[in-house]
Design a protein around this ligand. Structure first.
Ligand SMILES: Nc1ncnc2c1ncn2[C@@H]1O[C@H](COP(=O)(O)OP(=O)(O)OP(=O)(O)O)[C@@H](O)[C@H]1O
Ligand SMILES: Nc1ncnc2c1ncn2[C@@H]1O[C@H](COP(=O)(O)OP(=O)(O)OP(=O)(O)O)[C@@H](O)[C@H]1O
Ligand SMILES: [Mg+2]
Ligand SMILES: [Mg+2]
Lengths: 250, 250
């Protein structure tokens, strides 16, 4: 029975997709059977592994509205042990279409029950909000990975995030815990990065692996590749390999 | 009659709040009466001008659910000619509470009618989504300013954004136009920045003012100040002064 991680932070642009794609790809490279689920209407995780959302006929949207099983929408990627459940364009509409359903929080959890035994790790990439798509991920997950830029605005949002996780844990998913915070785009030369990192360590478990700011991480998606395929020797790729080792060790 | 700008991009972390706060502050510094409206539940624009969302008793949420007028919630900032309509914590709930109202798209537009003659410029900071809060801003605005990081994922999202703007223009707000794209966190040394900028210029009007990556822009919010007060000589502050000049000239 694999471990299911929701990669969540309502603050935008903190590295959720970059962490989902590259942590998943690093575990897959270590021969672990890994599934990446794209719950963001932008579809960045899908295009980050070479699957363009515009070309997807059935995706996570179809699973949420009950038109397809998760197993039906899973696609291959360039890494044999890495699969993706991609976003299709209409995922944007899902939040409004599901709002009246009694079980609206638990749809992904139920869909995942049927396939999770085929994978060692599952990563769910979430949009920058605490709406229904992220709630579904939190209800389906064993643990939460919180990517966090070392910036002031990102620090401000942690309170709201903690409240939401506590609410889901109490009402829907008692086993849910915060696996840890991943510091991303870290620049050790700048005071703000160090000050914010020190502040976060006071309240959360922070992974030892720190992801530096590294342009290779932002170039890789334009080739539809995880960074481990694009430039395995880069500091960005090394950071995510370290993170994968920590996740394996827990 | 002032000009109303919606600052929109569903991609997270591209500089929407930084642009809203600092373009508004630069125009206010040029003696223009300016209103900043925070439509993001994160409340970053509010704290960016020194108003903590936790302390706000009545904010944009109260205006949207009809409990207060916009004029009631407007607060002063450290710049005499800059006012803020801040977020209160419960704005997160607004999207679900308003969903059944017939006029749900036009609530902000109606609220703004009563106060807009008091201001020369209005900036509406939006959350990283194309949901009801952003739709309200697009219906209330004269024009859209699109902050854009020169990165691949940010480029991918422009199609969805253009579709949404066209839909609102056709159905709700015929005068709506794209004022321009502001390139943010620009690093001329890196190929990706230049390639993405060239690509954007093919499809959109791009402001001459380019905002460089500048750590002073990310330090200023921790002091609750726009960058023009925190470090007016910084390259970030200069970039936003240039942008303000362009907006004045149009
Ligand atoms: N360590 C890093 N170094 C340099 N660039 C990075 C790094 N991590 C992410 N990026 C780039 O920064 C941008 C934001 O990252 P990403 O899209 O992964 O964040 P996100 O949290 O998923 O955003 P959203 O809130 O829109 O979903 C992307 O263009 C990405 O390529
Ligand atoms: N030109 C810049 N140089 C350096 N840092 C910047 C710049 N512009 C913004 N930042 C920092 O980058 C982060 C993202 O910017 P900001 O929060 O303004 O984006 P946003 O689009 O409003 O994000 P969200 O999608 O969460 O609303 C912030 O921490 C901000 O301080
Ligand atoms: Mg993302
Ligand atoms: Mg913002």
């Amino acid at each position: 029975m694999g471990r299911v991680f929701a990669v969540v932070n309502q603050k935008g642009g903190v590295g959720k997709t970059t962490t989902s794609v590259n942590a998943a790809a690093s575990l897959a490279a270590a021969e672990k059977r890994t599934l990446l689920i794209d719950m963001d209407p932008q579809g960045n995780a899908s295009s980050g592994v070479g699957v363009s959302p515009r070309t997807v006929k059935q995706g996570t949207y179809d699973v949420l509205i009950g038109r397809a099983n998760l197993a039906d929408v899973v696609k291959d990627t360039a890494i044999a042990t890495l699969k993706i459940a991609p976003t299709s364009r209409d995922l944007v509409a899902a939040e409004y279409e599901l709002i009246d359903r009694e079980d609206r929080d638990l749809i992904l959890k139920t869909a995942l029950e049927r396939v999770r035994r085929k994978f060692d790790f599952v990563f769910i990439d979430c949009p920058p909000s605490l709406g229904l798509l992220t709630i579904n991920a939190l209800c389906a997950a064993d643990a939460v990975i919180v990517p966090m830029q070392c910036e002031y605005f990102a620090l401000e949002g942690l309170g709201q995030l903690t409240e939401t996780i506590a609410r889901i844990k109490a009402a829907r998913n008692p086993k849910l815990k915060v696996e840890g915070v991943v510091l991303t785009m870290y620049d050790g030369r700048n005071n703000l990065s160090r000050e914010v990192a020190d502040e976060v360590r006071k309240h959360f478990r922070v992974f030892d692996a720190i992801i530096p700011r590294n342009v290779r991480l932002s170039e890789a998606p334009s080739f539809g590749q995880p960074v481990i395929l694009y430039d395995a020797r880069s500091s960005g790729a090394q950071g995510y390999l370290e993170l994968a080792k920590e996740l394996l060790g827990n």
